[in-house]
Design a protein around this ligand. Sequence first.
Ligand code: ATP
Ligand code: MG
Length: 253
Amino acid sequence: MRRRHLPAQTGAGSEREPDEAEAWAEQPPLVECRDLACTFGTGEAAVVAVHGVSLQVWPGDQIGVMGPSGSGKSTLLHLLGGLRPATAGTVGWPGLGGHPLGVPGRIGFIFQGPSLVPSLDVVENVTLPLLMADADPAEAIRRARAALDAVGIGTLAARVPDELSGGQAQRVAVARALVCQPRLLLADEPTGQLDHAAADVVMTSLLDARARLGAALVVSTHDPLIADRLSGRWVMRDGAVTGTSSPAERVAR
Ligand SMILES: Nc1ncnc2c1ncn2[C@@H]1O[C@H](COP(=O)(O)OP(=O)(O)OP(=O)(O)O)[C@@H](O)[C@H]1O
Ligand SMILES: [Mg+2]
């Protein structure tokens, strides 16, 4: 059977070597876009959701994307994740080996709002990205259980989404995004429906995973406390990125 390459699994407690931060500087950007735009509809009904966005995401980056409702945060994350085609400009993934749909497992995406399949239990939901990448089913279950353990909800494996709290469901979505050990994590308001305590747990899971995997993390949020946990910032308004501050790690390189 044809198998696509999945990244090798990293031990749950493994830490990056200190000099790997320097090694990141040698690598190409994970995502690079130039004058990127996305328009929905045509003619008088056209909505320009994103326009004129030129930026990069580098290995190890951690970026909070902020901006009012409708400013284009979700659309931008979908474009960066290859989930939606650009209508103008370019987006490429030089550090990820090509379009994410052609190289499954390199990007983990957490969607805004509920995204679990209601008829599947928790562990089955988390196996989905592995099975879509042609992983062996028994191996997929083993890795899904490990991903659930890593975000502290291994005991919920047999529940269905209806039996979960909002915070637990979001942690399942985090586990599903992490199960292929991605190089880039795109999280679209992962804490939007949660109270502060649950939001904190989800953010800690994401930041821990970023450190463990050496991944880049881009999180859209309306919550300044969430954004403050990330060292870089993109500010969006009316479809444009109107301000950026580089992650502290990148400035230090
Ligand atoms: N599938 C779609 N069809 C038509 N218009 C869309 C579609 N998706 C988004 N839009 C429009 O594009 C613009 C940007 O939407 P987007 O969801 O990216 O904003 P957002 O910043 O994520 O908002 P929120 O903070 O509410 O999640 C909005 O005007 C929205 O109505
Ligand atoms: Mg959104």
